[in-house]
Design a protein. Structure first.
Length: 332
């Protein structure tokens, strides 16, 4: 299984219940950023630029836990910044696990050893290790030697101790298809439970030229799409079709909502119109149909995983052929 069965069942049950009430715009994943400080300064990281004025801020523990209650999403991805630097990371994680939220910690792995001494494996817990290429590439992207080796050591340690581990790799313009293939094979040998590969996306606040253009994307992701037949790549086949230009998708930014020390960020993970005090305020301030149909100029070249995989999840069951492909993909 590329995704834990329990998570898929819980997500399906939750979506059915929300749809039954007639709701159209409900969240599936909460991206909880309790802080934006980090122990690395990766190239292409929009967060440390966008939030440089509030980089020292940390959410109070009760506010972080309350945000999970407020939006109700069954999956909580704790990210940042580096979430393992958050002073309440242990009580936040255990609090979410007690509430039976599928909790994923997105980390650069540097502080993992200390954390796993305090939080044992749990069926609701998984780690998402950031790894953007083989040794030379990854250490260049994170601008520090030795981080790739740390990631590998931590993946081995987590697997040995029985935790669920997946990886998250951003594909940049300079990443060659050969390196993508080497990385996928290497992660497969390490025994990771799932690999997410996403195109590097242009943050509103960044101007560097490291991101894939629409012309470059199909060629890089063609290889990923092929390798997904044999390796535990967790991008859905429908989203991969979209990345290689074989179909179009509308966006569902409300499926992945972001809460950080400044409030609820909207309209999506990538672009910021404002930060809202409550989840309800985010909803009433946002014209979801406008973003769903990608009318905003900032949506023009966007293929952001969280917006479009949300669409795939919401449409599951509408096409027998697509649904069968999805089931086969996830149980293989
Ligand atoms: S298309 Fe991209 S930028 Fe536009 S709302 Fe969706 S995720 Fe955000």
């Amino acid at each position: 299984m590329r995704i834990p069965l329990k998570q898929m069942v819980d997500l399906g049950r939750y979506m059915r219940a929300r749809k039954k009430t007639g709701e159209k715009y409900f969240p599936l994943v909460l991206m909880l950023e309790p802080l934006h400080a980090c122990n690395l300064a990766c190239i292409g990281c929009g967060r440390i630029v966008e939030y440089k004025d509030t980089i020292r801020d940390q959410m109070p523990l009760d506010a972080a836990l309350a945000s999970a209650e407020e939006c109700g999403a069954p999956i909580v991805s704790i990210c940042g910044g580096e979430p393992l630097m958050y002073k309440y990371i242990v009580p936040l994680t255990t609090g979410l696990l007690q509430r039976k939220r599928h909790t994923m910690i997105c980390t650069n792995a540097i502080l993992l050893e200390r954390f796993v001494k305090q939080v044992p494996p749990n069926p609701y817990l998984s780690f998402n290790i950031h790894i953007d290429g083989m040794r030379e590439t990854h250490d260049r992207v994170v601008d520090r030697d030795g981080v790739f080796d740390t990631c590998v050591r931590m993946i081995r340690l987590l697997k040995k101790r029985g935790y669920r581990v997946q990886t998250n790799s951003t594909i940049f313009r300079e990443t060659t298809t050969e390196e993508i293939e080497s990385l996928i094979k290497f992660l497969g040998e390490l025994g990771v439970d799932g690999m997410l590969l996403t195109p590097g996306y242009q943050y509103q606040v960044l101007t560097n030229d490291i991101y894939l253009s629409n012309e470059e994307m199909p060629q890089k992701f063609q290889r990923v799409r092929k390798l997904a037949e044999d390796y535990k790549i967790i991008n859905t086949p429908i989203y991969l079709d979209y990345l290689v230009g074989k179909r179009d998708l509308l966006c569902s930014p409300w499926t992945t909502v972001t809460r950080n020390p400044r409030g609820w960020k909207g309209p999506c993970y990538l672009i910021t119109n404002g930060h809202y005090r409550t989840f309800a305020e985010l909803h009433s301030a946002t014209d979801w149909e406008y973003y769903r149909t990608k009318q905003d100029v900032r949506c023009r070249n966007c293929k952001l995983h969280s917006g479009f995989e949300g669409t795939v999840a919401l449409e599951f069951g509408k096409s027998l052929k697509d649904s069968w492909r999805m089931v086969r993909h996830y149980v293989s």
